[in-house]
Design a protein around this ligand. Structure first.
Ligand code: CA
Length: 644
């Protein structure tokens, strides 16, 4: 039997599946170490006084127990000591940090024994997420690029770090009048902040130049925060406390927190998981070579029971210890459906249905060598995936603004034309009832931009043959507003990349995962220069909270949206049944025009209030009334509401 067959076999699972909590544990009664290493012949624990010192204080052998568990317990309290293991398998001894570590030293090479209670900030026991909003609006943010810009007014020592998320009154160039960072964000109306990877990743040297940048899709320690976001990566407790403080601050400012989690691959194939149980946690091709569906040279074997357990434990740990409110699964198409559904159930069971959000990318970067019969959580299997796990809707994304594979590709807003039925499918959350693939809008994440690929602004500029970057031509701003108006009137969850609302540019660069901060940083002067666009987004978000017809996530949601009159390639209108709790308008009329001339929109009978047009999305605050017909400006949206 090959290793692959052995690890995939039911016999292995039966003999070695282990449900004992793993890692190191420290309490007033003593310290305990537990490692799952079923193929090991010998496991030794090494203790250190720091996370980087080469001087080993002590070496102690662990004792094997049943089910592959190795254990050592002492009455001594080793809180604050660092450690690693020497694991011997098939005559080869490998040094490894603890894959279940909850704390670590600089660059994550050593694990740390830590009494986690010591890391709780003041008031942590009372920390609570803000109430669940009527609609989910997610703002994708990177800890470093959010506050790196000196114009942000964030003090230098905090720029690009967790503590910047705790500053409530920063302003542009410290001018005292133009809020930046958190002070700006809390007024935008988004409900969730999605933090790009904040677990410990490997591509940034935590002891090096603070201006290094990486998105962080290269996990080293899955259950420890990233050290370069802390003010002191050498003291293991600091990053933990500072991340908790950041979560607490976001909660206090009305924002829920989603973590971007990357359980599909590790930074290197030679990870702690590999060194502890060589081969077990990874998929192999038939010839023994590593499976590469992630594009990173190693795919985790989520279908193997202890790998699944590892991922489930990790998610539950972040939710419990850090009060995380949701999880975005990178390349979810490499993870299996039973695991995803199990995570959904466990989160619901512990915190109540709907309290913790789940969403993911329903695709992979390539084929993967999962155990035969494994059902992967990609697009083809959405019908088997729990309906309350959101999936990114790239079809609607491309239909609205143009595909990502070529710069020239255009969508509805920039003259690419779109069949009215396809636009209706976008509005109906790309659900099966509307000819799409999602079960209900609860499975849909609508978006026009995320960290991958061009920013929305850069895409619109590319497609128009204009240079991205400085300057904001009015024609592109109109396209941007129209695109946003469509996206924010689609059924399903809503999502956008931080800065989309101020025409964020990365100078036309598509993949900026390790580009300099001059490209990646949020440009706070631009945010204020494009204040009108920001206000347009703010208005759309606020209006969305008042439209139960679009918030509907039920399997009958699609029926609420019907075509209103004839549509063309560049023009379409829809009526929305807006009955529901707190609804001021019984019916909503949505019209979108990508035409370059003005259009007169014939209205159904009755008095219609103008809620938003191509220029302002706050008209609903003091609406004027129209009857008979309404003018629709070139490249614009019109949103009307009827009370009676
Ligand atoms: Ca790191």
């Amino acid at each position: 039997m090959t290793d692959k067959e052995y690890f995939d076999s039911p016999q292995f699972q039966e003999k070695y599946h282990c449900t004992v909590p793993l890692g190191s544990f420290c309490s007033p009664r003593g310290t305990e170490f537990r490692l799952w290493a079923p193929t090991a012949r010998e496991v030794a624990l090494r203790l250190y006084s720091t996370g980087s010192s080469d001087v080993c204080l002590r070496e102690i052998f662990l004792t094997p127990e049943v089910r592959g568990l190795w254990r050592y317990a002492t009455g001594e309290i080793w809180d604050g000591l660092y450690y690693d293991y020497l694991v011997t398998v098939d005559g080869v001894t490998r040094a490894t940090a603890d894959p279940y570590a909850r704390a670590c030293g600089v660059n994550g090479g050593r694990s740390m024994v830590l009494d986690m209670g010591r890391t709780d900030p003041e008031g942590w026991a009372e920390d609570k997420a803000p109430p669940l909003p009527p609609e989910t609006v997610i703002y994708e943010m990177h800890v470093k690029d959010f506050s790196w810009d000196p114009a942000s007014g964030v003090p230098e020592g905090y720029r690009g770090k967790f503590p910047a998320l705790c500053l409530e009154d920063t302003t542009l160039q410290n001018d005292g009048t133009h809020p930046t960072c958190l002070a700006y964000l809390r007024d935008l109306g988004v409900t969730h902040v999605q933090l790009m990877p904040v677990y410990d990743y490997g591509s940034v040297d935590e002891s090096g130049d603070p201006a290094q940048f990486n998105w962080g899709y290269d996990p080293v320690n899955y259950n420890v925060p990233e050290g370069s976001y802390s003010t002191d990566p050498r003291r293991g407790e600091v990053r933990i406390r500072e991340m908790k403080q950041a979560v607490q601050s976001l909660h206090k400012n009305g924002l829920r927190v989603i973590m971007d989690v990357v359980y599909n691959h590790t930074y290197r194939p030679d990870s702690w998981l590999w060194r502890t149980v060589p081969g077990y946690y990874y998929r192999q091709n038939g010839d023994g070579s590593p499976s590469n569906g992630s594009g990173c040279g190693n795919d985790l074997a989520t279908e193997r029971s202890m790998c699944a357990q590892y991922i489930l434990d990790s998610v539950l740990y972040w939710a419990e210890e850090y009060h995380i409110d949701g999880f975005r699964f990178d390349l979810m198409g490499l993870l299996d459906v039973p695991l995803m559904n199990r995570i959904r159930q466990e989160l619901d069971r512990r915190w109540g249905p709907g309290e913790k959000l789940m969403l993911g990318e329903p695709w992979a970067a390539g084929g993967t060598a999962a155990r035969p019969g494994t059902v992967l959580a990609g697009k083809d299997n959405l019908s088997q995936l729990d309906g309350r796990i959101g999936t990114f809707n790239d079809a609607a994304r491309d239909a609205i603004k143009g595909g990502l594979w070529s710069a020239e590709a255009r969508g509805f807003v920039n003259g690419g034309g779109l069949d009215g039925r396809r636009l209706a499918c976008c509005l109906r959350g790309w659900t099966a009832a509307a000819g799409g693939t999602m079960k209900t809008p609860a499975q849909t994440v609508n978006y026009l931009s995320c960290h991958d690929d061009w920013t929305l602004w850069d895409k619109l500029a590319c497609a128009a043959g204009l240079p991205a970057g400085p300057g904001c031509p009015p024609a592109l701003l109109r396209q941007n507003r129209l695109a946003a108006a469509i996206n924010f009137t689609c059924q399903g969850m809503l999502f956008f990349l931080s800065g989309e609302e101020f025409a964020r540019t990365k100078q036309g660069e598509k993949n900026t995962y390790r580009s300099p901060l001059s490209i990646n940083r949020m440009d706070w002067a631009r945010a204020w220069a494009n204040r009108e666009l920001v206000d347009y987004y703010r208005g759309l978000i606020a209006l969305r909270m008042r439209l139960p017809g679009l918030q509907d996530k039920s399997d009958r949601a699609a029926e609420r949206i019907q075509p209103a009159g004839p549509s063309g390639e560049n023009f379409a209108a829809f009526l929305v049944d807006n009955a529901g709790p707190g609804s001021a308008w019984k019916q909503i009329l949505l019209a979108y025009s990508a035409r370059n001339d003005a259009v007169s929109l014939p209205l159904p009978p009755g008095q219609w209030e103008v809620l938003a047009d191509g220029e302002s999305s706050f008209l609903w605050q003091a609406p004027r009334t129209v009857t008979g017909s309404a003018p629709l400006a070139p490249v614009s949206a019109l949103i009307l509401g009827r009370r009676g």
